[in-house]
Design a protein around this ligand. Structure first.
Ligand SMILES: Cc1ncc(COP(=O)(O)O)c(C=O)c1O
Length: 401
């Protein structure tokens, strides 16, 4: 019998997931894994948050059925995310122009939004930041889009290149989709200022571009309200846009796949059509979103006590990351006092990019049991008092000039 599957062309595994597996298998006691994109506490554990545990306990006690919820998933969850993400004022202004669907994580929302956008914009392209999270290109391709890159990052100064960003968008055509991250850009940690969000809104309007805001780290840059101030200034000025909202990081619900797609349309008719297309596209792929994580998030956001507990836990995570940023800044500045590492403390969220020499990723892994991708992206949540000095020391000699 012939082997049909052997005809598949060869693929390489996702490099980050592959590195995660390799780090897991490395038994050296001094191992430091800054590659993986999940939060870890001081003990190196990705914990179940107390608010989540309590919400789960209550849900388990009160759950009466496992019947299907329907294609939008948990509609209370959808409303809670609309409020949390857009704020009450913008949500009220949008009224029936707003559509929301629960999705399997932020990835599900990105895919569903792009799949529907593809139906509306057969000649459109998707623009992603250079660099960006690796899955953006992958999801755009899965939805049938060609992905083009806009300049975002200046590797020489380790800062955002806003003028370069705007200049890239002059190459975009009307009806192109532009993925914007906010807050806590992955992988650079460099976010737009409020003034830049406003400037960008004018560019989008002038060039008739469609924004796809990817919000995956809400609350990691600042208190949740403040963290979305700039993106909301931008959203208020757009007539049509998508938002993918991930609850994986800020609720620590990675494996539960809790996310939400918001689509804002020109009018009610377009919103109704968009809703039917989201339902149609997702029906063929996963039919309905998972329920558990969405129920947990809804319970937390709508119960004042649980919300307070969760908010304190989120603040503690953010402070730990800020402390790790200061710690690495201190350690590297002591070692190399002729260089400025201020970008480490200026940037936000779990990630920054360190300028590494060629081949540093493999050398650090083999000689120092340090796992980080060759791109130099590090996750600060993996650094703590017990490993930060060792990490800085391992970097010595591996940082590019
Ligand atoms: C920028 C960005 N967007 C979206 C996601 C989606 O996350 P998930 O599908 O796990 O909710 C991630 C996760 O790493 C991310 O970094």
């Amino acid at each position: 019998m012939s082997s049909y599957l052997s005809a598949l062309h060869a693929l390489t595994p996702d490099p980050l997931l592959d590195m995660m597996a390799r780090a897991g298998a490395d038994m050296r006691a001094e191992k430091i894994d800054v590659s993986v994109g999940v939060y870890r506490n001081d003990a190196g554990v990705t914990p179940v948050m107390d608010a989540v545990r309590e919400a789960e306990r209550r849900l388990a006690a009160g759950q009466a059925t496992k019947a299907y919820e329907g294609q939008r998933g948990n509609t209370d969850f959808c409303a809670a995310i609309e409020r949390f993400c857009l704020g009450d004022d913008l949500r009220a202004d949008l009224g029936e122009r707003l559509v929301s669907y629960a999705t399997p994580g932020g990835c599900g929302a990105l895919w569903a939004g792009m799949a529907v956008a593809r139906r509306a914009l057969p000649d459109g392209r998707v623009w992603i930041s250079a660099p960006t999270w690796i899955n953006h290109r992958h999801i755009a391709a899965a939805a049938g889009f060609e992905a083009l890159e806009y300049r975002y990052w200046d590797p020489a100064s380790q800062t955002l290149d806003f003028d370069g960003f705007v200049a890239s968008l002059t190459r975009a055509r009307a009806g192109d989709i532009v993925i914007l991250q906010g807050p806590c850009h992955n992988p650079t940690g460099a976010d737009l200022t409020d003034a830049q969000w406003l400037q960008l809104a004018a560019v989008f309007e002038e060039r008739a571009l469609i924004a796809f805001l990817d919000i995956a780290y809400h609350g990691f840059g600042a208190e949740p309200e403040a963290d979305l101030f700039g993106p909301r200034l931008f959203m208020e000025r757009q007539s049509e846009f998508f938002v993918s909202y991930s609850c994986s990081k800020n609720f620590g619900l990675y494996r539960e796949r809790a996310g939400c797609l918001l689509a804002v349309c020109d009018d009610r008719r377009a919103a109704n059509r968009t809703a039917l297309h989201i339902a149609d596209a997702t029906r063929a792929v996963y039919s309905m979103p998972p329920a558990h994580g969405q129920a947990v998030v809804n319970a937390i956001l709508t119960n004042p006590g649980l919300r307070r507990t969760w908010s304190e836990e989120l603040t503690a995570m953010r402070r730990q990351i800020e402390e790790a940023r200061r710690g690495l800044h201190r350690a590297l500045t002591q070692m190399m006092n002729t260089r400025s590492f201020s970008f480490l403390t200026d940037q936000k969220g779990m990630f920054s990019i360190l300028p590494l020499r060629d081949g540093a990723g493999a050398r650090l892994r083999e000689r120092r049991a340090v796992y980080m991708p060759g791109s130099g992206r590090i996750n600060f949540a993996a650094l703590n008092n017990s490993n930060i000095e060792r990490f800085a020391e391992a970097l010595a000699g591996e940082l590019a000039d």
